[in-house]
Write a new protein. Sequence first.
Length: 104
Amino acid sequence: MLTGKQKRYLRAMAHHLQPIFQVGKGGTNDHLIRHINESIELRELIKLSVLNNCMDDPKEIGVEVAAAAKAELVQVIGKTIVLYKRASEEKNRKIELPAVKAGR
């Protein structure tokens, strides 16, 4: 679970990223989730965009995709979704999150 400070940090990092996946009228599927898992392992932080022809709510899509990919939902703003997952392999780790205070 990410703290507010960590989410702010990740949102700032994601600001300059371009969405690498698009969710269209077909919604989410296993194929999309598999590609998200592969990409998030290498990048740790990714953006998705929900196209106008998708009738599903972007917040619901964000929650669904994050749960399926076992990632953290950082932000849903408009039709843009930001996901974070720490890379399992040490060599792929690029993001160092702010430390959590001992009192938490």
